[in-house]
Write a protein that binds this ligand. Structure first.
Ligand SMILES: [Zn+2]
Length: 252
């Protein structure tokens, strides 16, 4: 029952802290000790609430937003905010526990300074020989990208055959906000970070993009195409939405 729940605590602080001269007050509202960051956007007409990949709440306010409208918006979305924050924080914490990921599993990153040779998998570790003057991150990304390309090309060929499609070449991207995209010319682009995710999730993204070669947009006909190939696509998609976000920003 709403009446028995603790209401958000609202503290009004004088001064806008230099944030935006049109804002008379800087507001602090806490929901169950959640730290909320407020931004003011003159372009916004209504209050926007988002939860970042790391599990931080960001509220964007239009100029002159009233304290009542803010309290109402937070109260209305309280359950959603709390659920989203705990999901994101749990996913983020899990990701930090390992040092490097491959196909959804955590590996220890062992750097062999001054050594030469190829990057290799050795039991629970990824071994990276690092000759003098070579950057660790670019070496590692090149290794991931090669594995990503090989796997994505193979999975695209596999699913394209069963979907009766002849897609164009596979390209890799380093986006921070998306996993894949498909162009009408048949070219498929994927985020190299997909190789960090479990194989079932990689397959979902591949089938999703291939299905766009048949149907643009996310309408029931589109999801029907995806479901015909991956009947359990909803669970894979849910994983990507809940656990996948931190992987998008991994060592960004
Ligand atoms: Zn799509």
């Amino acid at each position: 029952m709403a009446g028995t729940e603790a209401r958000p605590t609202i503290t009004w602080l004088p001064s806008c802290g230099g944030l935006d001269p049109s804002v008379q007050l800087l507001i602090m509202v806490d929901i169950n000790d959640l730290n909320i960051e407020y931004r003011v956007s003159p372009r916004r007409k209504s209050i926007g609430i988002m939860v970042t990949t790391e599990g931080k709440v960001v509220v964007t306010l239009p100029r002159g937003a009233s304290r009542e409208s803010l309290a109402q918006a937070l109260e209305r979305h309280r359950a959603w905010i709390e659920r989203r924050v705990s999901e994101r924080q749990a996913a983020w914490g899990q990701l930090k526990a390992g040092e490097a990921y491959l196909l959804g599993e955590a590996f220890r990153l062992t750097v062999l300074k001054g050594a030469t040779g190829a990057v290799s998998l050795n039991g629970p570790e990824i071994r990276v020989p690092l000759p003098a003057g070579v950057d660790l991150w670019s070496r590692l990304v090149a290794w991931y990208a090669q594995r990503a390309l090989t796997r994505l090309q193979a999975r695209v060929a596999h699913f394209a055959a069963s979907m009766g499609l002849s897609p164009g070449p596979v390209e890799l991207k380093g986006w921070k906000r998306r996993w894949g995209e498909c162009h009408p010319d048949g070219k498929l682009r994927f985020n190299w970070r997909l190789i960090l995710c479990p194989p079932a999730v990689i397959d979902y993204v591949v089938v999703h993009e291939l299905a766009h070669l048949k149907v643009t947009g996310h309408n029931p006909r589109f999801w029907g195409q995806v479901a015909a190939i991956l009947p359990d696509y909803a669970a894979r998609r849910r994983w990507l939405n809940r656990e996948g976000a931190p992987f998008l920003l991994w060592r960004a």
